[in-house]
Ligand binder design. Structure first.
Ligand code: ADP
Ligand code: MG
Length: 481
């Protein structure tokens, strides 16, 4: 890829977390029995009329404001026509002529401390389509099921300018945007439920060129990980074509996550013509100065502001603050702990290493975590009070995760209390010295490092329960005597 660089623009679809669908009052929930959340409006029956859901609209507006967009003060809805079995009206209500927001941006904090702005071309509100299900059992071969529960769910589309230049920027952009959407409480962004989806537009150009090459659009990418894989695949594919003197064909592709490849769907010659026209059933929405101001004033504290405050208020290193604010629920968890007990850096260490790792292993969210803030505080206090060692505390944490018991219960039941009694420790220390005359002699003849081995033996004999603060001076004294 030496001579070429990627140019990437993303179209991000996020399902808004309002209670109802965007143009009717069918519930907006995931996972219901197929075709049970469908009124005549969701079914697109003749004679039905859409009515805009105010909560969905406000969530869209809040997002546009948070992403620094120019707000279209008189925004309207258009019909986007295409025929598809899961689109009962044969058109999708979307926004084309007057999208809600334009000319926004997202600030990225990249790994090497550099910052970059990714511009947003526009943000618009639309309705989702239903879902086709292709059963795999032999009896249903050749059949497709249509589930219209998703038809009419509120969908926000965020379109970037082609400002992304490599996979790191692309990943940080997707993570940052996901964080913002969750901070704003406009979407849960659960990728496993399809609440955050991507279309990846990618072209290659000679390094140093300021013109764009021919792009390929990859549709239907259901996660951040898959979007990165799709982009990497296209970078390699297009570079190979260009390096061998060929030309990239402008086309729309589908991403096949199982095979790990893109597959052509349609080329420019059969390019879509959506025949957009204003939806006559929906009046334009006028956004008053007062409404806009109140949305602006009600914006929650977002990542960047919170990062600065965490460094200031809790004395955290920049790195810690960056990790903790990446998601609102993690930041909240941290602050709840700090409200119960003042040990910010200790909590930060536990959260960044143990807690986040276990959430990932167990594929759960921090607000579903059996180790609640109260329990983490309890665990930290057990270490601070000398009841258990830091290493044992890590074991206890796993137990709490597994069983949902409190840390003290686990310590009690499993007999994990640290041994701090000098008499009991002395007996063990003497045993260890007798069994290991070599290292003991080394220590006495000035090789102080040998004590590490002997401490290790004491720990082994006590299953890690010897209190090092008591044990180490005792061992030293015993060796010297
Ligand atoms: P289309 O008309 O094909 O939908 P748009 O100009 O509306 O194309 O852009 C759609 C997306 O493609 C945007 O996210 C934009 O940033 C991106 N894009 C446009 N041109 C290029 C290019 N040459 N290379 C990569 N991405 C591009
Ligand atoms: Mg597109």
């Amino acid at each position: 890829m030496a001579g070429f660089e990627p140019v990437i623009g993303l179209e991000v679809h996020t399902e808004l977390n309002s209670e109802s669908k965007v143009f009717c009052d069918d519930p907006n929930i995931f996972g219901a029995e197929p075709n049970t959340q469908v009124s005549p409006i969701s079914l697109g029956l003749p004679g039905t009329l859409p009515v805009l859901n105010k909560v969905s609209f406000e969530k869209a507006l809040r997002t546009a404001v948070a992403l620094h967009c120019d707000i279209t003060r008189r925004t309207s809805f258009d019909r986007k026509h295409y025929y598809y079995p899961d689109l009962p009206k044969n058109y999708q209500i979307s926004q084309d002529y007057d999208p809600l927001g334009r000319n926004g941006f997202v600030d990225l904090h990249l790994k090497d401390g550099q910052q970059k702005k990714i511009r947003i071309n526009n943000i618009h509100l639309e309705e989702d389509a239903g879902k086709l299900v292709h059963p795999t059992d032999p009896a249903s071969r050749g059949l497709s099921w249509v589930d219209l529960n998703r038809a009419g769910m509120p969908l926000l589309e965020i379109v970037t300018e082609p400002d992304i230049r490599n996979l790191e920027e692309m990943e940080v952009f997707m993570q940052t945007l996901r964080g913002i959407l969750r901070y704003l409480d406009v979407s849960d962004c659960k990728m496993q439920e399809g609440s955050l989806r991507f279309e990846v537009n990618l072209s290659m150009r000679p390094k140093g060129s300021d013109e764009f090459g021919t792009k390929v659009e990859v549709k239907n990418v259901g996660s951040i990980k898959a979007a990165l894989r799709a982009a990497k695949y296209e970078i390699i594919r297009q570079t190979e074509i260009l390096e061998s003197g060929g030309e990239v064909v402008q086309q729309t592709c589908l991403w096949d996550d199982d095979k790990g490849e893109t597959r052509p769907m349609r080329s420019k010659e059969v390019a879509k013509d959506y025949r957009y026209f204003p939806d006559p059933d929906l009046p334009p929405v006028a956004i008053s100065e007062g409404w806009l101001n109140s949305v602006q004033n009600d914006l929650p504290e977002l990542q960047d502001a919170k990062r600065i405050r965490f460094i200031d208020q809790y004395g955290l290193p920049e790195y810690d603050a960056g990790v903790l604010v990446s998601d609102r629920t993690i930041a909240d968890y941290f602050e709840t702990c700090c409200g119960l007990h003042s040990a910010p850096k200790t909590f930060s260490n536990w959260i960044m290493v143990e807690v986040l790792r276990e959430l990932q292993n167990r594929e759960i969210e921090i607000d579903e975590c059996p180790l609640t803030p109260k329990r983490l505080v309890e665990l930290v206090k057990l270490v601070e009070g000398g009841t258990i060692s830091n290493n044992i505390a890590k074991e206890v944490l796993l137990d709490v995760m597994e069983t949902g018991k409190s840390p003290s219960e686990v310590v009690e039941e499993k007999g994990l209390k640290q041994e701090s009694d000098e008499g009991a420790l002395l007996a063990i220390i003497q045993e260890v010295i007798e069994e290991n005359p070599g290292p003991a002699e080394e220590f006495r003849s000035g090789k102080e490092k040998a004590i590490g081995f002997l401490m290790g033996q004491v720990m082994k004999k006590t299953q890690g329960k010897a209190n090092p603060g008591v044990c180490k001076p005792l061992l030293e004294k015993q060796l010297r005597s």
